[in-house]
Write a protein that binds this ligand. Structure first.
Ligand SMILES: C[S@@+](CC[C@H](N)C(=O)[O-])C[C@H]1O[C@@H](n2cnc3c(N)ncnc32)[C@H](O)[C@@H]1O
Length: 353
């Protein structure tokens, strides 16, 4: 897939994203200093050093150094594609941007690593299986346009395009977009890069190795695609980019994975999905109702509908439920940690009447 120029005009936002990636190592160094041995009396410090705690922290810092090397490659690629640079005056990272960089590493594991295979089997496989049974004629799939809003690092759209469909991948986060473009265009061989995604959280760790072991990506070579492979990236806010007037024509199908709860007003998303679809088109959804703006201030918060009300709203918006169930899913989990995030997600297929 050829890299496409970014169309988003929010220059400052883009620059903030680049800054957070450029400053990653230094931003983390500060937080590790806080966790350092300075809180202990000398006697405890000596004991901990004898027990290897100093080596452990040093390993964590080395992992962060290595993560920065990968981020620098992503940055260099992004800068070559955009009219924006991190050169010049030092700028501080905003805390929310810093969290996004840390989340980015976990998202790479979920979407493009061998270690994310189980999550993809739980989240993406049911959607792909459903698409394959809705459109069994493989030759006809090239003219079936499928929209995937909030696609993260574009693995689901990539797999949909690999199955022969024409896939439109929408995403608004620059962290995701830059990294997705990097993976899709610059990762010619499997396991080309190694990251240390778990070193940002030193709680619930059984063994040091559980967080300092490298994870390789990508698990497949995304640059080797079959003839006729159709994957288009639509950068920007779903609410703008996927309005009917901005899509060339209605799509046959919309596929949402862990996306609906990203809305401030989920009813807007339902309406947009309906507007994007051709009559008789399908909407496949899998994901929890972990409304991401739930804890935000009044202006930014989200309406937090129950599944029952949300389901009614979908029917009222002109959809017929064709299939529905609940499936267990985890998200961004380190299998070796003492803790994991587990959801019971609504999974449905709806048809626009
Ligand atoms: C929880 S992640 C899910 C990513 C991917 N679909 C998956 O299942 O792994 C939600 C994604 O939606 C994106 N997103 C949130 N609001 C969006 C919007 N209004 N337009 C486009 N993307 C959005 C976020 O940046 C994030 O990458």
């Amino acid at each position: 897939m050829d890299p496409r120029p970014y169309q988003h005009d929010d220059y400052d936002f883009m620059k903030r994203t680049l800054t957070s990636m450029k400053n990653y190592r230094d931003d983390n160094r500060i937080s590790y200093k806080h966790r350092s041995l300075s809180v202990c009396p000398l006697q405890h410090q000596t004991k901990l050093m004898d027990a290897g705690y100093g080596d452990y922290l040093k390993n964590v810092t080395d992992c962060i150094e290595n993560n920065q090397i990968v981020l620098d490659e992503i940055l260099a690629f992004a800068e070559s594609q955009m009219d924006v640079s991190t050169e010049g005056k030092e700028i501080k990272t905003l805390s929310q941007d810093h969290s996004r960089v840390r989340e980015l590493f976990r998202q790479i594991v979920r979407e493009w690593c061998e270690e994310g295979r189980d999550e993809r089997r739980q989240s993406f496989a049911p959607l792909l299986d459903e698409l394959n049974s809705l459109y069994p004629d493989e030759k006809a799939r090239a003219s079936v346009r499928i929209l995937v809003p909030g696609c993260g690092l574009a693995r689901l759209p990539f797999d949909i395009a690999l199955a022969g469909f024409h896939c439109l991948a929408n995403e608004q986060s620059y962290h995701m977009l830059m990294t997705a473009e990097f993976i899709l265009n610059r990762c010619e061989r499997t396991a080309k890069y190694r990251i240390y995604p778990w070193v940002h959280n030193l709680t619930n760790v059984l063994n040091a190795n559980d967080i300092t072991a490298p994870v390789a990506f990508p698990d497949i070579s995304p640059t080797q695609t079959p003839d006729g492979f159709q994957l288009e990236v639509l950068p920007g806010d779903f609410s703008d980019v996927c309005r009917p007037e901005n899509l060339e024509q209605p799509v046959s199908c919309v596929v949402t994975s862990f996306f609906l709860d990203s809305a401030h007003n989920v009813l807007d998303f339902i309406k947009l999905i309906g507007d994007a679809l051709e009559p008789g088109g399908f909407w496949l959804n899998l994901g929890p109702l972990n409304y991401v703006y739930a804890g935000f201030s009044d202006v930014e918060m989200s309406i937090q509908l129950t599944w029952e009300t949300l389901r009614e709203s979908i029917v009222e918006a002109g959809f017929k439920f064709v299939k529905e169930s609940f499936v267990d899913n985890s998200y961004g989990s380190n299998e070796r940690s003492m803790t994991a995030v587990q959801y019971k997600c609504p999974f449905f297929v709806c048809q626009k009447k």
